[in-house]
Every structure is written in C-alpha cells, then in structure tokens.
Design a protein around this ligand. Structure first.
Ligand code: PEP
Length: 258
C-alpha cells in the first residue's frame, strides 16, 4: 500500500521549550492512534530546524509512524563551508528525511535545479529520503506554463536518478502562490497536477514506481480544507507549513487522511 505522509515544515519557528512541547504533543497523539496509523499506512514527518533534531530524535525514539526531517542540507560532503550542514551529519544523528527544493530555498537562497540535483544526490548517498518540492509561480500558472515548469523541475533535479534511488524520493507539489498566502489550490487544480506528476514518473520509470511514489500537496493546507484535498486519489498527504505549528490544527489535518 502506498505510504500516506503528513509532513510538518516548521521553517524558522519555535524556541527549544516550545519545540519540545509540540514534539511531545504530536508524539502523544500518534501513540493514541498508532493502530489506525498502521492500518492506513500513515507516516508523520516533522521537518525541524537543525538545532532541534538531536533532542527530537531522543524524545521520539519509541514513537512509531514518526520520522524526522531536516529542511535542507548542503551540496558538498564536508570541508570549509562555514555555517552549512552536510547530509552525512544529518545521517549520523539518525535523521531519515530531508526537504529539498522548497520554494523559499529556491527564491531567497537562489537554489536552482542544478544545485538541487546535487543536494538530492548527496541526501541519497547518505540514506536520507528527499521530500523534493516542485511548484510554479503565479505568473507561470496564469500563462499556462505550470505543467511545463513542473516537468522541468523534475527532469533537471530528480529524473536522472536510477529507479531504485528514485523509489526513496517523495514529491511535494507546492504552488508558490499558495504557500503561506491563505490561497489554496482547489482540489481539482491540485489533483490535476498530481496526476500529471504521476504520469511523468510513469513515463520516466515505470507503472510500479509511479503507483508507489507518495505525492504530497502543500500550500495553505489547513484543518478546514485538508479532507477535500486528501480525498483525491493522487494526493497522498500534505506538506504543512503554518498549520503544523499548532498541535490541535496539525492533528486535525492528520485525521483528514482517514
Ligand atoms: C510550506 O512552506 O511548505 C507550506 C506549505 O506552507 P503553508 O502551509 O504555510 O502554506
């Protein structure tokens, strides 16, 4: 059964005491629902600021169906890159996932498709599973170029991977105009793009890999709109920003999966 994933992207939010409290709340919630999570093949991923990952790994060590992610990693293995964090460092503390290609990294830190390819390769070399983000800007959608943009992002940064490596990648479709804006893609718009992404995976790899890849929706997904989005066949969960910062909201979003 394909894995359903709800991933929280905390971005640059929370102090340590706040982070510990939220991680404990989400962990307690998962413990009470774990049988349901098992039946439905649900995984919750928490993408935390680097500085909280080690503590979080300790807090969540006995929590099933929960994995931790970094929000980024560097393109190089090691060396004189002040301030950067390598995939190997993340692996060495037990991180399982890493978000790569978030639109905030693309826009504020000028990460292009070539840079992202290097990050994807580095992550996989150190057994981190990339949650690879794709998404179009508003003008690209208005000009009807959104399918082409997403096709290129996939082709340039992940479709070079051998199929066995690609099997460890989850895709997050995040239309840039919907991130943090309160404007959600309609379930129909999102589903069309998810179908397109799955067909691209099918064309590039195989039917089996297309069926098994988790494709998440992200962009102002919240407790009120999650159920309708997740009811679509090709939407396998969500990457949640703002609404993941509050335990009650985040739990409602997880509950919308089943
Ligand atoms: C995100 O940053 O990945 C995101 C989806 O943010 P938000 O849910 O706040 O739009």
């Amino acid at each position: 059964m394909k894995q359903k994933i709800i991933a929280a992207n905390w971005k640059m939010n929370k102090t340590l005491p706040e982070a510990v409290q939220l991680i404990e709340q989400v962990s307690d919630y998962i413990m009470t629902k774990r049988l349901r999570f098992m039946d439905e093949n649900v995984l919750v991923v928490l993408a935390l600021p680097y500085v909280y990952l080690y503590e979080a790994l300790y807090i969540t060590r006995n929590v099933p169906h929960l994995a931790l992610a970094a929000q980024n990693c560097y393109t190089e293995r090691k060396g004189a890159f002040t301030g950067e964090i390598s995939a190997e460092m993340l692996q060495s503390i037990g991180t399982e996932y890493v978000i790569i290609g978030h639109s905030e990294r693309r826009n504020y830190f000028q990460e292009d498709n070539e840079t992202l390819l290097k990050k994807v390769d580095m992550a996989l070399e150190y057994d981190l599973r990339p949650i690879f983000c794709v998404g179009e800007q508003l003008n690209e959608r208005m000009e009807d170029r959104h399918f082409h943009v997403i096709q290129k992002q996939l082709k340039d940064s992940v479709f070079h991977l051998p199929e066995t490596d690609f099997a460890n990648v989850a895709i997050a479709y995040e239309p840039v105009w919907a991130i943090g804006t309160g404007k959600t893609a309609s379930p129909i718009q999102a589903d069309r793009m998810h179908q397109f992404i799955r067909s691209e995976i099918r064309n590039n790899y195989s039917e089996k890999t297309a069926c098994n890849t988790s494709i998440l929706y992200g962009g102002s997904c919240n407790a009120a709109n999650a159920r309708e989005l997740f009811s679509k066949n090709d939407i396998d969960g969500g990457l949640i920003g703002g609404a993941s910062l509050n335990a009650a909201d985040f739990e409602k979003i997880i509950e919308s999966l089943y």
